[in-house]
Each structure stands twice: as C-alpha cells, then as structure tokens.
Design a protein around this ligand. Structure first.
Ligand code: BGC
Length: 804
C-alpha cells in the first residue's frame, strides 16, 4: 500500500548531489512549509540538535533546541490505574534558542517574507556539515543588500554551535543594527490529537538559576524540578568589519541580546561570528555549569570560526569516506535523497556518547525524545558496518540501563531484566502497556544487535565485559516469561505479548517474538559456554555478578530447542500469532484514504480484532533471521502479509523492500524503497514537521545494502546477492568488517569486491560463490546474477486499491 508522494519541485529544490535546499524564495511557501523546513534543515551532532529555523526568528512552527537526554519527568495520569503502570513519564525539553539574529536596516526590520528578494539559496550542505544561506534583496529605500550565513553544530566539540553571518550593503551606505539573541520561549500550542507527539507540561519547566553577562557574552542557566538537571547555555560574539560600530548588551533570566550598531559602508562586509554553547549536568552547581559554558565559548573564540569549520569538514569527510552510498544512473534526485538520509544518521548518532538515539533523532520532539527498539534494529546495522565505535557506544548505553531493566523485571514479577519500550533515563515511559511494556521483543532485539555487532567487529572484549551480562538477564527473562505448554505438546510458549505490529496487541506466541527470543536464548547459552571454556576468569566474574546457577544455560537451551513457532498447515504460512488467522479481515476496500494512519481514526480494539497490520512483523523476522526460512515459506508469508500491511508506521516499507527483493518482486522492492527513502522529503506521513523518521532513514540504508546488494551476515559470514534495478547503472558502498574496509560495487554485468584496508577477507557472492580477497589480490569481480522473472503471488490480494 503506497501513499501519494510529492517531492519538492526541481526548479525550487534542485537535485544537487551534495546539498539539499531551495533556490527560490516564496513567502507563502516559507510560511506554509516552515515546519517541514525546520526538520529538513535541522542540524545536530547527536548531543545538541537545532531545528532549521531562520536566523531572523520567523516564521516559526516548532522551533527547538534539544540536548540528548535533557528531559523532565511528568506524572502519568490514568483514569484507571493498575499495578505496574509507570507513574512517571519523561519528556525531552526545549532549550533556549541562541540562533536568532535580527537585522534592522535604516530602522526597518529585515523580514525575508516582506522583502523584495533578488536572489536566494538556503541549503544543508552535506560536505561541510552546515546550513548555508545566501540572500540578496532590495530595501524599500532601494538599497541592495546581501547576506550570507553559515550555521553548524560542531561534530568536533559536541557542546558547540557556531554561526557565520556576513552582511554587505552592496550599493549604498546604510545604518545597520544586528541584534543577536538567546531566548527561552514559552511553549507553542500543541497539534491537537496525535498520540505520537510530546505531551506538554502545565507549568514552567526550566527554572532560572542565574545568569552571567559581560561584553559580548551572555550565559543563562536553569534547573528542572523533578529530573534535577542543570542547564547552562550561552553565546559569545566576534565582529569583524572596517565600518564604524558600537555595541551593547542586555541579559535577563530568559533573554539575552547583544546589539551591534554599524554605520554600514557601501561594499564593506560586516562579519559576525556567533558561538553557542550548551551543557547540562545532573544535580550540579549552576555556577559550575555556567563555567563549563564559558570554557566552551572561550575555546571557540580562541580557535575562531575558520578552524571550527575546517574541523567540521574534516569530520564530515571521514564520515562520507566510510558511509557514502552512491547510486549511478538513477534520476539525480535519488542520490540527493540518499545523502540527506545518510547525513541524518550522522547527525543523530555521531556524538551521542552516553545517550541513545531518539525516534526523531534531535530534529524534533515527537515521541518525546524517547529511545525505542528503532536504534537496535534500524540504526545499529548501519553503524556496525560504517562506524563500529558508535555502535559500541550505543550498546554500552543499553548496558548502562541494565540495573533499571532488572528492577523493571522484578516489579513485573519476573526474573532477569526487561528493557523499557520507550525511555530516556532507563525507566519505562510508555503509558499504554499494550503497545509498550508488552513489546518484550525489545529484549531480543537488543541481544540480536549485540550479536551482529560482535560478529561484524570481533569485539569479544565488549561481549565479555558488558554484552554477556545483557544476555544472561534477557535469557533469564524469557525463561521466566514463557512456559512449556501441555496444550502445545510441551513446547515453550510465550503468551501475552505484542510483536512489532502495533495493530495486534497482547497475543499469545507472536511468531516474531518467539523466533527472536529463541535466538536470544541460544546466543546467551553459546556465549556463556564459550566463555566458561576460553575465558574462565571473565566467566567466573560474570557468574558471580549475576548469581548464575549451574543449570541455567541448560534451561535456556531447552526452552530454545522446544520454542513454539506457529505454523498453519493449510495456508502454509507462519501465523503472526496464535489468534491472528481467526480474526476478521479488515475492509480495505471501504477504508477511505483519509482514514490513514488508522490509529488516528479507529479505536485500538477495532484494529486488534481484525487482520490488519501496522508494520512489518513476520516479514521483519524473515529479514533478521532469514536463514531460518525456506524460500517457499518466505514467499508465502510475504504474499499473505504484504497486502494487509498498511505501513502506518514508518518502520515498515524499508523491510518490505528488502524481502520483496529477496523473493524477486523487483518492482515492489523499488517502490517500497522509494517510499522509504523519501519518507521525510516528500512528507509521506504528513508529519515531517515534527522531526525526521530516523528508523526509516536507517532502513533506507538497509534497503540499499541488504536489499539491492543483497548483503546478509548470518553467523558473521558476509554474503551478497545483488539485484540492481534496471534503471540504475551502479550501486557502490563501503563496509567495515572485523577491522577491514571493503568496497562493493554492483553493476548489471559484474559485481566487484575491493579490500581497501586490512588483510584477508572472504565473502560469498550470489549467496554461494566464495570470493577471497587478500593484500596481494585485493579486488575481485564476479558476474552479477541476471534478473529473474517476477513470481506470481500465492494469495490474491484482499487488499486496498493500490495508492501510487
Ligand atoms: C512504531 C514503533 C516505533 C515507534 C517509534 C511507532 O509508530 O509502531 O515500532 O518504535 O513508532 O518510532
């Protein structure tokens, strides 16, 4: 099922390969699409995120400056409470905005929407990692002005953002005032009913705890009442011009400004550098946090903007060297879209150290800045194969939550640990248990990601020091949650769970969950047995830490070996759960287009009692654990589930694309891929203004690498089964694997593997042919398998009319 896609028109948004932005200024567009532009032009380094609001501070839709993990607690109020419901929610907070630079010429404010704009460009430049703007206009008194700005959020210094603001009165002198501000805004009204958005706070959240103000510098600080965090944020300036000027500053609890009054001279540039610093700390002395802000500003002023920009380019350059995916022969827009997606992955993760990755990264506060399974299943694969160090940090972050996950399991009456479905601080923050706590599969998802990381990097040290403990506690949890059911011939059943598909909740034996839990149990037992033999000291330390019983690994193996995996002999498919096939079909033919996403128009019970799917569930299992399915099972499952999947979650189409490719549905694979890749830029869900869909963005990389190049890594063995779309001429990408660097190039005739760094590596081509790469013979080409005729689906679609 595909919704309508509208990409921005090429005359307004040219399809540049290394930038995305507009070259035409339209006041109505700038107002109506302010929210989308704020997301499209958002900058972030994984710690500090700034929405792409204009420097002038208007128009604004959802302005935001976010710090990863900077949140406040709020009571979760239930009409009817029950045992084990989380009582406290967590919400990421909007910090004071330091990006505002207002401009006044001859006493009149410069407001682009009201100005006579002569030329315009505003774009995020992927190569320098910055938002650039170049605008020329005529003032009402006929003077021609030109403003060039460059905004960046530093990847090198994660607390720092910097703006270069360069104004030239091109053809006449002018009286100019540049007012640079930092302000704490009152929250804007919400968006009506949408459960995916952040809940608001009734009263003021950031309490002022002091300011510091001197010359061109101002620092504000705040504390939060319940999460007990202290925030410091500040700005400093350097002005460079040969025009005469004076300056003055003001600073109150919620507002600081430095105004430069410049006697602008024709043709003489006025260059302002503005540095922004943001720090927060737990239960700290506000004066100390303000000092940290001051030190960051000192460092920035000392090194100067050109050197900060140079470092930015160098870091972004390193990212592209390890992560760029090139598609040749396709319409030029596609390359641009792919790079925008990859750039979002860089922005969401690069400096997240000690924190997770929110469902919208730091581009918006939808989903309250919470971390979900999105990270492990959709984002980590990209990181594991391009930036393994960051993948490690994110897994370590999960490890750091383990104590809270143990406490949560205990609270729910279980052994082991169960990770929160959504969280910032490690505690469960989902108020709706049916689509929250019940998604226990998150535990197996984390274990799965851990396994992928260890197999792809060989980082056994991480496994022994941290990962194995996660495995012990999650395996214990599954063992405790399930039971050997006499009604299922003594098979191990796991009841009362919700799988990835949130339109089917609290069911018995969700196929995805059981299969993933089985992997979790086996992996835990195998890891511990291997540690016992090969690393006895690490094993003993782990056994002491976790109070491991002698019989436990055998129990886990028994549960895994007898895991119940639903199978329907009549349809020859894996039912999504025990009851799924008994449910009534959803009436797609009579569901109007405007009722999607269904979750906004139907009571959950209406969805739960029907065969209607929000997102890939069994199909996702076929991707993650694909070696456990026969080709026939794979095809019949896909044919059954695909037509009844609405893709109302952005996490769906990327996975459908990969599995469609594997089965040979080339056209569908391409359509789903386009859908995933342009999820945000064509605003398919209509909610891009609330932030970028980071899981779908990670899924876009998966769809390219695992879909069109057919990469799989079952058991740590890299294999490829390339299927290049007809209209592309080549697909190229790098991969990091066990300390080596590999480049893969898929063409229609040959696929080439090139070992760029490291010694020997063997990969499987077309799933079966061994290709050995060595330092002396680092490059090998093999014929790309020819396209196969599209198979005929096994089930007639009971489906909705296809939406193009
Ligand atoms: C999806 C979840 C996902 C969450 C955050 C929901 O709509 O159903 O699978 O984790 O969004 O992205």
């Amino acid at each position: 099922m595909l919704r309508e896609r509208r990409l921005p028109p090429p005359d307004i948004f040219p399809p540049e390969p290394w930038a995305l932005g507009g070259v035409h200024f339209d006041p109505a567009l700038s107002r109506d699409f302010a929210g989308q532009a704020e997301t499209m032009f958002a900058l972030s380094n994984g710690y500090l995120g700034i929405r792409g609001t204009p420097d002038e501070g208007r128009p604004l839709q959802e302005p935001g400056v976010f710090l990863n993990g900077f949140y406040e607690l709020r009571p979760l109020n239930y009409g009817e409470h029950a045992y084990g419901f989380p009582r406290v929610g967590q919400s990421i907070l909007n910090c004071p905005d330091g990006t505002v630079i207002k401009l006044f010429i001859d006493g009149e404010p410069f407001i682009p929407a009201e100005a006579e704009v002569l030329s315009f460009r505003r774009a995020v430049d992927f190569r320098i990692g910055a938002l650039v703007r170049d605008i020329a206009w005529a003032t009402p008194t006929g003077r021609r002005m030109r403003l060039r700005t460059l905004r960046l959020v530093s990847f090198e210094h994660r607390h720092l953002a910097a703006i270069q603001y360069e104004l030239v009165p091109e053809d006449a002198d002018a009286e100019i005032v540049i007012s640079s501000e930092m302000l704490h805004r009152a929250p804007l009204p919400g968006d009506g009913f949408d459960p995916r958005l952040a809940a608001g706070f009734g009263d003021r959240v950031l309490q002022p705890v002091g300011t510091r103000h001197k010359a061109l510098r101002a620092i504000l600080s705040y504390s939060t009442a319940r999460s007990a965090l202290v925030l410091g944020c500040g700005m400093d300036h350097v002005l460079e011009t040969t025009c005469p000027f004076t300056q003055e500053g003001t600073c109150t609890d919620d507002f600081a400004a430095v105004a430069f009054k410049v006697q602008g001279r024709r043709g003489m540039p006025i260059r302002l550098w503005k540095y922004l610093a943001y720090h927060y700390a737990d239960r700290s002395d506000p004066a100390e946090v303000r000092s940290q802000v001051a030190w960051t500003l000192d460092r920035a002023v000392q090194s100067g903007f050109p050197s900060i920009l140079k470092q930015q380019e160098a870091r972004v350059g390193r990212f592209w060297a390890h992560a760029d995916v090139e598609v040749e022969g396709a319409e030029p827009r596609l390359q641009q879209v792919i790079r925008w997606n990859l750039f979002q992955l860089l922005q969401a993760t690069e400096r997240a150290e000690g924190h997770g990755v929110g469902a919208r990264g730091l581009t918006g506060k939808s989903y309250e800045g919470h971390y979900f399974w999105d990270t492990e299943i959709y984002v980590l694969p990209f990181l594991i194969y391009t930036q393994p160090r960051i993948a490690r940090n994110l897994l370590k972050f999960r490890y750091d939550m383990l104590d809270r996950a143990r406490a949560r399991a205990k609270e729910l009456g279980h052994r082991g640990a169960t990770f929160p479905w959504r969280t910032i601080n490690g505690d469960e923050a989902s108020a709706y248990y049916a689509a929250g706590t019940a998604q226990y599969h998150i535990n197996a998802d984390i274990a799965h990601a851990l396994r992928k990381y260890v197999e792809a990097t060989g980082d056994e040290d991480f496994l022994h020091r941290f990962g194995a403990e996660i495995l012990v506690e999650t395996a214990r949890f599954w063992w405790d949650l399930g039971f050997f059911s006499p009604r299922h011939e003594g098979r191990f059943c796991i009841n009362g769970v919700t799988g990835p598909d949130e339109y089917t909740a609290v069911v018995d034996n969700n196929y995805f969950t059981n299969l993933m839990a089985r992997e979790n149990l086996y992996y835990a037992a195998d890891t511990l047995d291997a540690m016992r033999c090969d690393h006895p000291d690490a094993f003993t330390a782990l056994a002491d830490r976790t109070g491991l019983g002698v019989e436990e690994t055998a129990e886990w193996r028994a549960a895994a070996a007898r895991m119940y995996l639903p199978w329907d002999e009549r349809l020859r498919i894996h039912p999504q759960d025990d009851s799924f096939l008994d449910k009534e079909a959803w009436d797609f033919a009579n569901t109007p287009e405007d009722r999607y996403p269904l979750l906004l128009h139907y009571h959950p019970l209406n969805l739960y009692r029907r065969q209607v799917i929000k997102q890939a569930d069994t199909v996702l299992a076929m991707f993650l654990l694909g070696d456990q399915f026969s080709p026939e099972e794979r095809k019949r499952n896909f044919d059954y589930y695909d037509p009844i999947t609405t893709h109302d979650s952005s996490l769906s189409v990327c996975i459908q694309s990969i599995v469609a490719n594997e089965i040979g549905y080339a056209r569908k694979a391409r359509e789903y891929f386009q859908f995933a890749a342009t999820m945000d830029l064509s605003d398919i869900g209509g909610n891009m203004r609330h932030g970028a869909h980071i899981a779908s963005i990670g899924g876009t990389w998966l769809a390219l690498v695992c879909g069109f190049a057919g990469m799989r890594d079952h058991g740590g063995r890299l294999s490829f089964r390339p299927r290049l779309p007809e209209e592309w001429s080549a697909l190229r990408f790098p991969l990091a694997i066990r300390g080596r660097r590999l480049r893969v190039e898929v063409g229609h005739d040959v696929t080439t593997y090139h070992l760029v760094e490291g010694d020997e590596l063997t990969v499987l081509h077309d799933g079966v042919v061994e290709v050995r790469l060595t330092t002396t013979a680092p490059t090998a080409s093999r014929p790309t398998p020819p396209p196969v005729p599209e198979p005929i689906p096994d089930f007639a679609p009971a489906a909705p009319p296809a939406r193009s």
